[in-house]
Design a protein around this ligand. Structure first.
Ligand code: NAP
Length: 280
């Protein structure tokens, strides 16, 4: 019988692509986010059950990160609600090298439901759909940990792996590590973006203290600053996050997309064009 799929975070970077790919294959898909109907909010467990009614398989994107305080409780409650509403399979998006996220992974793995854990490295799309877009547009990207080598992965590849985990049973019980095919330092990806978009973009290494001070002076909330500090300090420098995995090729039968290809395709959209500063 045809399955009903729910994509939590279905308007985000990987979720939107999972929705499109499932729909493209003719599957029944519902989106759950704060703007869906019924509305789904991680901060309000009352919204979990209504979103899960009638659903067989779920792609879970927790926001902002499985490592933040409260994520473990939310994933535990969601898993419980999924069991109670008759869900058969959970596919959880997790982060590579994130020790704290592993507690959440264990909740899903020990749920008794079929499951797949999709552990991703940092996304290419952080530069086109997320926090590094503005710095790129402004022509100056400053980050700490300049020596970290990151196997940036494309959100399309993550979504394709997640779709395989959702629709087939071959990946049940597995942890799939999704990375890109090469390791890059931040300065190197900035150079690739500059070359692809034919403009000059400066990379500036800063200390973690300078970086957090900058976020504080920009008025960003403490929880956001905590998360970024954690991601740079614990995740980017974790040796397991600096390894290339062959899992994308194992699952999809083709190589993952390179950062260069992503940069060339994205540059063509014009999103990295120089943003003129307004005012004097
Ligand atoms: N970005 C990376 O490089 C990276 C790497 C590895 C793992 N991850 C993991 O990917 C996950 C998503 O991170 P992301 O930054 O890439 O986000 P994202 O998927 O681009 O966007 C967030 C999604 O979550 C929804 N959302 C936001 N707040 C919500 C709330 N309170 N309740 C329900 N839905 C909410 C948003 O829709 P609405 O606004 O409509 O609610 C949107 O669909 C995190 O768990 C992170 O650990 C990210």
């Amino acid at each position: 019988m045809e399955k009903n799929y729910l994509v939590i975070g279905g308007t985000g970077k990987t979720g939107r692509r999972v929705v499109e790919k499932l729909q493209g294959k003719g599957h029944n898909v519902k989106v759950a986010s704060r703007n869906s109907s019924p509305s789904f909010n991680w901060d309000d467990p009352e919204t979990y059950k209504p979103a899960l009614e009638g659903i067989d398989r779920v792609y879970i994107v927790y926001y902002p990160d499985l490592a933040v305080p409260g994520a473990y409780e939310a994933i535990s409650m969601l898993t419980e609600a999924a069991k109670n509403t008759g869900v058969e399979k959970l596919v959880l998006l997790s982060g590579k090298g994130e020790k704290e996220a592993e507690r959440c992974e264990q909740v899903v793995a020990n749920s008794g439901l079929d499951y797949t854990l999709v552990r991703a490295s940092w996304f290419n799309q952080n530069f086109s759909e997320s926090f590094f877009l503005e710095p790129v547009q402004a022509g100056i990207v400053a980050t700490p940990m300049p020596d970290a080598e990151i196997p940036f992965v494309d959100a399309d590849d993550i979504a394709e792996v997640a779709v395989q985990a959702l629709i087939n049973d071959d990946l049940n019980g597995q942890t799939v590590a999704v990375t890109g095919p090469e390791l890059y330092k931040m300065s190197e990806v900035v150079e690739i973006i500059a070359e692809a978009s034919n403009r000059s973009i400066q990379y500036v290494p800063v200390t973690l203290d300078q970086y957090t001070a900058e976020m504080r002076s920009a008025g960003l909330p403490d929880s956001y600053i905590w998360l970024f500090e954690y991601l740079f300090k614990e995740v980017l420098t974790n040796p397991s996050n600096q390894e290339i995995s062959t899992d994308v090729e194992r699952v999809l039968g083709r190589k993952p997309k390179s950062f260069k290809q992503f940069a060339q395709e994205t540059a063509k959209t014009g999103i990295w064009s120089v943003k003129e500063k307004t005012g004097s």
